[in-house]
Design a protein around this ligand. Structure first.
Ligand SMILES: [Fe+2]
Length: 237
């Protein structure tokens, strides 16, 4: 459905992390997203330490939105972050998605830390709703998906990356994604884009593949209905 998709995990802000090198590239990423049918993007720079605060992210988002308007690109950007599970726990709750209770949490790629369950439970006790960023790319989860299934509960959500569905990250990650999709454990598909040239902000191809696995209506929820609930802070059903 053109123009209706929302990308909730996208490194579209320049200079904060390993995303675009300047606002020109941010605008080019937005053009690519818009052509693909995306209308809203949550900007999610990596947060590993206290180098920048959520206020710094909001400032960059405000500036990008002005530039998007000036350049007639029909995309709105919202503030967020991709927060490392290793960040000082006291800092984590400030980096939520669009100032709601939803928070995007990243694990290391090579293992599931033993303290992850404890931190997630603590965040939930604070009223936060953790979304696990791309667990299908975590080596431990690829080997033993039940590790993730055991960690999840009804206050937690799962985001998979569009390129995982298309096979761009290889067949092991693709199989793991299919397994999670077919188990009904996936709540969002997002681009996790980092640039205008590789890992670009597109969702439509992944949406089509998801539709062949779980049906059109269920897959539409992953790129439209569920991310809308994040922007408004509503419950995901
Ligand atoms: Fe990311």
């Amino acid at each position: 459905m053109p123009g209706r998709m929302i990308d909730l995990h996208c490194h579209i802000l320049p200079t904060l992390d390993d995303g675009p090198s300047d606002f020109e590239e941010s605008l080019e990423m937005a053009r690519i997203a818009s052509r693909d049918g995306v209308c809203k993007i949550i900007a999610t720079p990596h947060v590993y330490n206290d180098k920048f605060a959520i206020q710094d992210i909001i400032k960059q988002v405000d500036l990008l939105n002005v530039l998007l308007k000036e350049n007639d690109i029909p995309i709105s950007v919202y503030p967020g972050a991709e927060v490392s599970i290793g960040l000082d726990p006291a800092l984590i709750p400030s980096y939520t998605l669009n100032q709601t209770n939803y928070i995007l949490i990243e694990f290391p790629h090579n293992h599931l830390p033993s303290f992850a369950g404890k931190i997630l439970a603590w965040l939930i006790s604070k009223g936060l709703k953790p979304i696990i960023a791309h667990p299908e790319r975590n080596y431990s989860v690829i080997r033993s998906p039940e590790l993730l299934l055991n960690l999840l509960n009804r206050n937690m959500y799962v985001q998979v990356t569009a390129d995982s569905l298309t096979g761009d990250f290889g067949t092991d990650i693709q199989y793991c994604t299919d397994y999670l999709l077919n188990s009904g454990k996936v709540d969002f598909i997002a681009s996790d884009a980092h640039s205008k040239d590789f890992r670009i902000p597109v969702l439509s191809e992944a949406l089509e593949i998801a539709a062949t696995r779980i049906g059109r209506q269920a897959s539409q929820r992953l790129v439209s209905t569920n991310p809308t609930a994040i922007l408004t802070g509503e419950e995901i059903h």
